[in-house]
Design a protein around this ligand. Structure first.
Ligand code: 5AD
Ligand code: SF4
Length: 484
């Protein structure tokens, strides 16, 4: 009988400031059997949640393809299905548990089908125990730190027909040279770090992804140069908190050093996410303002506009400090677009405290925003706060907030009407082949009619209409498009 390796809530909380994460190069070495295990079989990876999960999903696909599996989009045809999960809010978790229930019927038709679960859900001690107990159909479980073990775990499940579980709650390592099947051929995610040490009181991420670990600058640059040589036009540097990049490295690099070096590669479009307002320094703003290939788009999570709530959230900035930073970014970076995340209904948030958040929205007039109702996550400090506010009240607040956010995103989008913008073409509209879509430097989605555009090219579009969530336009030619 194979022994389960389970996560520990207590260990997941632990941090060691002197920790230097081990770097594992060439992390995936397949045995001969593993190289052929998937021959003639199909896989599907279903990814939920943030971009870090999307990137992990690409690596999991890469590993499975190296093992001989081929991709299928049809769940019922898959021999291996991996659910790459998110635990940020309860409804994300519920959706995934519902999906497992739905997959049971496929497993009845194909009893050899292997259903795997990875990502943030199994990183939680109570959740993994519940899944082991209640969902026998899930035979393969591995955590965010255990992706390199996938070949061995899968091989065990296939050959011994028994469940394998490996979820570490370590501070974490850095894995290099992982295979991957990237989603696109023209834009890519590049992880620059994993984990988070901020411990905002509502957030489960520091527990599910471990201590902050930055990749070495040289390793990131190697990947960026590789992507550039492959013809990629855009990369997004990923981290839970990119502004804190390098703080855990002995070399003393900062995020602005990294931005400068990545910009020097000459890659056309460089983005990054997510920025915590706390670590955002002037040097970063200056370099983004100066360099043309650093895109003028910043995701700057606010969470709340009220100082007491911000304090309870452990955000370590005040509304005034956020505003100052916001103004500095707006005044120094030309045509910058700013988006945000906001949580309503943090335990005991009063109407007055909520109205401070609304005031902040009136002040910042965000280009785009993601808004959420607070969701209690077991093991986080906020989960222990007794809450008196009804869900009805919280839903009403969310609606009022969304109305204002929608008003400003439309207003900002309308400002682009009549202007000519650069668009990196992503693909065709699902409903109309005469329409293509792509993003502007400010990360605005544009749907446009075209006469000569190809996926992956940067072209010019004249904006004809600005709507709440996107822009409409038509392709124009200025004679300097990059495919001409
Ligand atoms: N409840 C609601 N929203 C949350 N977020 C993170 N944790 C929670 C939670 N427990 C939101 C934050 C964060 C975004 C990724 O998800 O706004 O910025
Ligand atoms: Fe969660 Fe805060 Fe870390 Fe973001 S910075 S992942 S909200 S703990």
């Amino acid at each position: 009988m194979n022994e389960y390796i389970l996560p520990s809530a207590k260990q997941a909380r632990f941090r060691n400031t002197a920790y230097q994460a081990p770097i594992v190069y060439d992390a995936i070495k397949l045995s001969d059997n593993q190289k052929h295990l998937g021959a003639g079989f199909k896989y599907h990876v279903a990814t939920y949640g943030c971009q870090a999960n999307v990137r992990d999903g690409e690596v999991i696909s890469g590993i499975l393809e190296n093992m001989g599996y081929t991709f299928t989009n049809e769940l019922k045809d898959a021999d291996v299905i991996i659910l790459n999960t998110c635990a940020i809010r309860e409804n994300a978790e519920k959706k995934i548990l519902g999906t497992i229930g739905y997959l049971k019927s496929f497993k009845r038709l194909n009893p050899d089908m292997i259903i795997g679960l990875c990502g943030c859900i199994p990183q939680q001690e109570q959740m993994v125990k519940m899944i082991i107990d209640k969902y026998p159909v899930v035979e393969l479980i591995f955590g965010t730190h255990n992706i390199p073990s996938l070949p061995t775990l899968l091989e065990n499940v296939v050959t011994n027909k028994e469940r394998n579980v490996e979820v570490f709650s370590t501070l974490g390592s850095i894995y290099e040279d992982l295979p991957s099947v990237r989603q696109f051929k023209h834009k890519a995610f590049v992880n620059i770090m994993d984990g988070c040490d901020k411990f905002c009181t509502y957030c489960i991420v520091p527990y599910t992804r471990g201590q902050q670990r930055s990749r070495r600058l040289e390793d990131i640059l190697k990947e960026v140069n590789f992507l550039k040589n492959e013809g990629y036009k855009e990369i997004t540097l990923l981290g839970q908190n990119v502004n804190a990049y390098g703080k855990d490295l002995a070399e003393g690099y900062t995020f602005s050093d990294l931005l400068e070096k990545v910009s020097d590669t000459g890659l056309k479009r460089i983005r990054f996410t997510t920025s915590h307002p706390w670590d955002f320094d002037d040097k970063m703003i200056d370099i983004i303002a100066k360099r043309e290939n650093l895109m003028p788009f910043i995701h700057l999570p606010l969470q709340s506009g009220n100082d007491e709530i911000l304090k309870l959230m452990g955000r370590r900035y005040t509304a005034k400090e956020y505003k100052e930073l916001f103004n500095k970014i707006k005044s120094k970076i030309k045509d910058v677009a700013i988006s945000t995340d906001i949580i309503v209904g943090f335990p005991n948030e009063t109407e007055e405290q909520f109205s401070d958040t609304l005031d902040m929205v009136e002040f910042c007039k965000y280009d785009n925003a993601y808004s959420f109702i607070f969701s209690s996550r077991e093991g986080t400090p906020a989960a222990t706060m007794k809450d008196q506010i009804s869900i009805k009240e919280k839903k009403e607040r969310l609606q009022r907030l969304n109305e204002r956010l929608g008003y400003y995103s439309k207003l900002n989008n309308k400002k682009w009407e009549g202007k000519i913008v650069e668009v990196l073409v992503d693909g065709y509209s699902k409903t109309n082949p005469k329409i293509m879509s792509g993003y502007t430097p400010q990360q605005k989605l544009v749907n446009f009619s075209y006469d000569n555009a190809e996926i992956g090219a940067i072209i010019y579009v004249e904006i004809t209409q600005g709507m709440k969530n996107s822009l409409n336009g038509k392709q124009v030619h200025l004679g300097k498009e990059d495919h001409e």
